[in-house]
Design a protein around this ligand. Sequence first.
Ligand code: FHN
Length: 603
Amino acid sequence: MSKKKIASVASILVAAVCASSMAADMPDQWTKDISQTPQSGHPDTKWFQDAKFGMFMHWGLYSEAGNVWKGKDYYGSGEWLMHQAKIPAKQYAELAATFNPVHFNADDWATFVHDSGAKYLVITAKHHEGFAMFKSNVSDFNIVDATPYKKDPMALLSEACRKHGVQFGFYYSQNLDWHEQNGGGNTWDFDPKSKDIKKYYAEKSIPQTKELLSNYGPLGIMWFDMPGGLTHEETLAFMADVRKLQPNCLISSRVGQGLGDFEDLGDSELSPLPIAGPWEALFTHTDSWGFQKYDQNYKTPKEVIKLLVSTSARGGNFLLNVGPDGEGNLPEKSREYLLDVGKWLKENGEAVYGTTHSPIRDQPWGVCTAKPGKLFLHVLEVPHNNVIVVPNFTGDVKSAGMLHALASLQWKMENGTLEVTLPGNLPASLDHVIEVNYTGELQDGWKSTPAVISQEFNSVAVDASYADLAGNTKIKTQTYSQYFGNWKHDTVIEGQQSPEDTATFNLAVIEPGDYRLILEYACGADGKSQEGAIDVNGRTYTFQTLFTGPYDSHQPLMFVRHTIGIIPLSKSSDLPLVIHPLANSPSFFWLRRVVLEPVSSAP
Ligand code: FHN
């Protein structure tokens, strides 16, 4: 099988209305090793890469509003309320008069971050609203001078985090500032043509950044965001200023100009494949970065752990955002759920912290993380027969057992496939971890290992990123939003216009039998009602594409689960399933995944 290389997804930030993250098409390379990014790359990112799990907090005047303005609820990205409602800067600033987070307790917050298992905290010192959550001598639009609270929570929190062994970092919006005439982004109060962004940097952005770098002790991270207004050279100079004041502080890639010490993917985006070098996937715990009074859409502990270990499996850090409210309360459900995550990490952290990307691709049962001579199998879905199949295992197994358990598990190696049998009496867990100790080398099999299809799961999904592409067939990340700024990303196959434009999924069918074949795709007007074909097992199955709707990055992209039919699959170590248009067609669909569900003939 040809080994296709598909890049990681680099995020390109758009300093524009939608506050989106536009994911680039995947360039034709396997992984982007950002540690080789020119003129960038801090020499010491080990603590960051070992940390694996960080917490983000968006906390500002927007938290006081909770995405409600004059009795009207706004939806999506609560911290963008001022922009969504086009609130005049003077009116918005009146929020400061009632902003009094009397329930804020630095030690409680630092303890919460620590006990959640996160190793670092990044909190908004100033977001696009322009309000400083710290004592600033540069602008009196800050929490000490402009609110009844009159204290500096960042001073208290940075100290508490260090006391609890949590690395502390600031988020700073260095370009967008809707409070200032010369800041980026406010086109409803200020004429864009009259803006002098360089003056803004000189008078506010850079001086405030220096206040943060000078007054809050050693910082782990400066997390810049929505870059703009600086040239490559000016950005390098900006970074040099940071290095001078905080030589160990790491700078996010959203400093701009392709620079930074670690790569941040787009909002709520996870690369389908591993990425080399230090990088972060960042997600919200609810639907928004900033607190929203009505928002109860929390990710469960299991969902958080799945995102965390899936990111670790790809070699990255998982940064999860919590949005405190205007009174300084952490949302109760965030506290409850993330402390559950912390309990799991207390038991299983060895299989996350300090791990590297796994050479074994995602499997129907879960994902893998790695340490030298160790492979950790994160079983997120237990197969019906309790047998964990690990294809393309090229090492020499010495032992396999539940993490920290003394007894070993039954295992066997056959034709390069490792099978480990779980005990029947597994206690409930958010993620069962098996530790496999081995000698020798594991080959990186993310694109060279067939997708395992098994009757031991109710459903097996094979993502588009695993297909081999031919002809005009391309792969890309389609970015769209539900609520404003609530971004979603799907890796899809597109560009197919003729029968030669094929997407080939290579399947390792463990148990032969009948499977229901489902295609998950989105389809626009110019691709609808096109005939398609699926060639597998010596037969061709045809179908007609179903229209799901237009693509608009500011609307949900609708996908259909189109059942093609029940097909027999024979046992095979490498069975090609080929999808292509049946005839020449102007367009086809955006295929997200192929799903195979075992069909039992038993009554
Ligand atoms: O516009 C911001 C947004 O409010 C939020 O801070 C996110 C977090 O990654 N960054 C920008 C959008 O990507």
